[in-house]
Design a protein around this ligand. Sequence first.
Ligand code: GUN
Ligand code: ZN
Length: 439
Amino acid sequence: QTSPLRALRGRLLWFVADPRDVGEAAHRYVADGVLVIEGGVIRAVGPAEAILPTLPAGAEIIDHHPHLIMPGFIDAHLHMPQTQVIASYGAQLMDWLNRYTFVEEQRLAQQGHPEKLATFLLDELLANGTTTAVIYCSVHPQSAQALFAESERRNTRMIAGKVMMDRNAPEALTDTAQSSYADSKALIERWHGRGRQLYAITPRFVVTSTPEQMEAAGRLAAEHPDCHVQTHINENRAEIALANELYPEPGDYAGIYQHYGLLGPRSLLGHCIHMTDREWRRFAETGSVAVFCPTSNLFLGSGLFDWARARAEGVPVAVATDIGGGTSYSMLRTMSEAYKVLQLQGQSLSAFAALHAITLGNAKALKLDHLIGSLEPGHEADVVVLDAGAQRAMAHRLETARDLAEELFVLVTLGDERNVVATYVMGERTNPPSFSGGA
Ligand code: GUN
Ligand code: ZN
């Protein structure tokens, strides 16, 4: 029903390396560029003057000039059951989990509720230009089922899993080592690699898993080495004390996950704020990924993630919203807060480094950079179109911007979903319903 070739014209920006490693050579910018999409995949990219003459007569050309065209954003950690927990007042991690999160997550047992949340979440992500996310569902297998079904309907590339937790949570929210293994396994068989969907084995954190369940999670990871593992670590002092009390032998929090075979290059560990030297080494040795969640770490009063240390240790870093400990769905907002977290530690983050992080950087951390996070030919055509001047205060500020770096820094510092002009998934423009008031 669509023309075989679709071309997007505008100001193209993407990355081929990390700007912190190679500076200006890390990005590609084409002021009048064309991106050619065929069958949902990028076929060609380059200056309009070179590409346009090569297009067949029937090709559809969508002109987004003067807007920026970038790879869709990637969010490496968020919680679907917490879309109605976001902005809950006055608590740090353990109280916040008990007072708000574990109460709300029980509602996913209700008929139709997971479907409602999945629809909302994917609308909201796409409205923010996020085309791939790594998602915690609830303990209920039907929560992951609902998320994957909705993602498949939209053909988005999502990575998700049912939470495994069998202690230190309300009865209604616990599974068992056996049932969590069986339910996760069934979901992997049904969804992992089906279309664009990918499964993440999801033990919530050591506090809510018995040794039997940790062992079951490790067994799943060993049996499905191409699945991701996602969990939490070293977020909050009280949490860390409890984790080490429950599992004293390994000597540190990372050692507990390592003992159960849960560290590795596809392991995504949220927070990593209060890390010991030995824990950084465990991450580096196993290639485990530290996930930086700036708005959440500030909102829950957890602490400041040390990105320079992670880089120095050779530990890969992904960035994420951590909805609903986090306070924004926007990866632009997230990077604006990341900048402030780093400022407090005397570290910096250029606009190029920030935009790299939420595209190619996260794709690499997820080991999906051959598929997403780039406008290079062969990649899936998940694309966000951005207008840095969409907000009045931003247009006003841009009157004095002298170059691309300055424009992008304004975009990263002040931008949010209002700056997203369009989001394409596999070359198809998505039309999330525009919000027009409360229920
Ligand atoms: N640690 C264990 N569960 C959670 C969660 O839902 N959110 C955050 N921020 N940390 C956690
Ligand atoms: Zn989390």
